[in-house]
Write a protein that binds this ligand. Structure first.
Ligand SMILES: Nc1ncnc2c1ncn2[C@@H]1O[C@H](COP(=O)(O)OP(=O)(O)OP(=O)(O)O)[C@@H](O)[C@H]1O
Length: 572
């Protein structure tokens, strides 16, 4: 009996707590205020018409003039609604004309005068349909509801006390700036992203959280209704014809284009196997190949696997540790010669032109260089330290950034553009981007598709998430073939620095592809080697090979042993 009465009392209590019908109606009206706005406006007009008709019947000319005036201002100046889109302005002007016109007629005749009520109803429904279906309005309403629901969501997921400071709707979704309660951190928010997605009712992966660089107790939340990174974004070819202009690399999360300047910038690309490192490298190389004011040299110690497809656009390609060491040493010589000439001329920086091109040295897998050619590292670091002003820069791709290969951060600190694709080890984020980036919330190990990366550009303290364009093998082939013949030679000053150097043999510069060519001819089988084979060994263009062969034949150093096949004349 006692148990029954307790239950009974609890039921009575619950009944008491139930919101009253009025409260529920109020909540419904408030929640759907945007959808109900056309009916609220029609009701207000009806009542306004009744008041004006009985109290101010002489206001008719004023109301008419005000209606025309406001409609004209709306159309021409967006006033007083402050809307930027033409179609929205037209809608607002038409709505103003209809509402003002009806109010004027209701003031003159009375709101119940036939056919005014029917006209009001018809106009309300006709104007309500585009209002209800308008995408931007619906997006704004969704955001409003999410912001209202935030305190409850925050409480449920352990972020009680956090609040939305501001929110902006854009074409891909919305962004909000939030303030955390005392003692909460961005790391707490990051660990609750799936719970936030569930609370907001979005698809998984729709919510992105970024720290506010200015305040540890604030963060930015990005909610993507549509994901610009959902699919591969095809590359449309080079976007520049000079290194003086920023290249287009891909697309940020908010669908803005990623533009980076390569002029006087060392670039570090890092990412695990299949993260899309070659993709990013190819977008950059594709753009640089189209620039007649850049000379490209390449080092690829994985047998040229990565850079060989670009061989026709590379003035030099080193595929062995010895070749890499020579190439980097020459890079330093170019740098020194330029620096000296500039200091003589009192110039501050080397301005690249087709006659005085920039020199970009591409190093695929820098860790490999450190391991296989440790003697060359000093030259690479020297270029990293001193090369910017003389437009002699490094572009390195790293599958395995190690503490050792990054020189304890010395090399990284010179890299002004850092691109971090998906990494296998969480700590690699700090090696590629910067120390502390992992704990600050840049979780590159969670990037979920190839080509997605965080980019830390010159002058920015916070990385941004983006996806690179997808460059296919055919894109590489066609781009390399298209620009192969228009690649510039090095300027006279830089060439001169190499000629003056100690590897002069009887007045001729022996560069490392040339050494490879001579060795290949010397070691060729008795029926010689074909030009495509020699191109494969040296990584050089057909014309370059023919030039050298012609010269060697003249000098008696090589001979054509069969049709199209060559061998060294000296059988040593
Ligand atoms: N931006 C991109 N968008 C979509 N897919 C991409 C993108 N970049 C690369 N991919 C795809 O991802 C796969 C791996 O790409 P890629 O070869 O560039 O990776 P990687 O990091 O260079 O790998 P590895 O280190 O093994 O050479 C390829 O199948 C490629 O088609």
């Amino acid at each position: 009996m006692r148990a029954f009465s307790r239950r009974h009392r609890r039921q009575l209590l619950l009944l008491d707590e139930r919101p009253s019908l009025l409260l529920a109606l109020g909540r419904f009206l408030f929640r759907y205020r945007s959808e109900l706005a056309p009916f609220a406006t029609a009701t207000a007009l009806f009542m306004g018409g009744a008041v004006f008709h009985s109290q101010e019947p002489d206001a008719v000319p004023w109301l008419f003039a005000a209606t025309v005036g406001v409609a004209a201002l709306t159309l021409t100046r967006s006033f007083p609604w402050n809307i930027d889109r033409t179609e929205e302005r037209i809608y607002a002007a038409v709505g103003t004309l209809i509402a003002g016109g009806w109010l004027t007629a209701a003031t003159a005749l009375g709101p119940s005068h036939e056919p005014l009520p029917l006209l009001l109803l018809t106009a309300t429904v006709a104007l309500a349909v585009p209002w209800w279906t308008h995408r931007r309005r619906r997006a704004r309403v969704r955001v409003d509801r999410a912001i209202q629901a935030w305190p409850d969501i925050a409480e449920n997921i352990g972020l009680a006390g956090s609040r939305v400071m501001s929110a902006v709707v854009d074409i891909w979704g919305w962004r909000a700036r939030l303030h955390l309660a005392n003692g909460q951190s961005v790391a707490d928010v990051l660990s609750r992203v799936p719970a936030i997605e569930s609370g907001l009712g979005t698809r998984p992966g729709a919510v992105r959280v970024e720290p506010d660089p200015a305040h540890a107790g604030r963060f930015m939340m990005r909610v993507l209704a549509a994901d610009p990174h959902a699919g591969a974004i095809p590359w449309r070819g080079p976007s520049v014809q000079s290194i003086n202009h920023p290249i287009e690399l891909g697309v940020f999360e908010d669908a803005a284009t990623v533009r980076i300047s390569l002029l006087r910038k060392h670039i570090l690309i890092g990412g695990t196997t299949d993260a899309g490192k070659s993709g990013v490298l190819n977008v950059i190389l594709g753009n640089l190949a189209a620039c007649p004011d850049v000379v490209l040299w390449g080092i690829d110690l994985k047998g040229g696997m990565e850079l060989r497809p670009w061989a026709s656009c590379l003035a030099r390609l080193a595929t062995t540790p010895a070749e890499a060491a020579v190439l980097l040493r020459d890079g330093v010589r170019v740098l020194d010669a330029r620096a000296e000439a500039m200091s003589r001329a009192g110039a501050r920086v080397w301005e690249p032109t087709p006659k005085a091109p920039a020199l970009v040295i591409v190093v695929d897998e820098y860790a490999e260089l450190v391991e296989q050619a440790p003697g060359a590292v000093e030259a690479a670091e020297s270029i990293a330290r001193r090369g910017r002003a003389v437009a002699t820069t490094l572009l390195t791709a790293n599958q395995r950034p190690t503490q050792k290969s990054m020189g304890g951060g010395a090399l990284r600190s010179q890299m002004s553009v850092r691109i971090c694709l998906r990494v296998r080890e969480r700590r690699d984020v700090d090696l590629i981007l910067d120390r502390g980036m992992l704990s600050a919330g840049w979780h590159a190990h969670t990037l979920d598709a190839p080509g997605k990366f965080y980019i830390l550009g010159d002058g920015h303290t916070q990385p941004r998430r983006a996806r690179g364009y997808l460059v296919t093998d055919e894109d590489v082939q066609t781009t390399a073939a298209r620009y192969a013949e228009s690649r510039p030679p090095l300027d006279g000053l830089s060439e001169g620095a190499l000629v003056e150097a100690d590897d002069v043999v009887e007045g001729e510069v022996v560069t490392e592809p040339e050494i490879t060519l001579q060795m290949a001819l010397r070691d060729a089988p008795s029926d010689g080697l074909s030009v495509p084979e020699l191109m494969h060994f040296t990584g050089m263009r057909r014309t370059w090979i023919y030039d050298r062969l012609q010269q060697y034949v003249q000098d008696g150093r090589a001979a054509q042993v069969a049709r199209g096949r060559w061998k060294s004349s000296a059988d040593d």
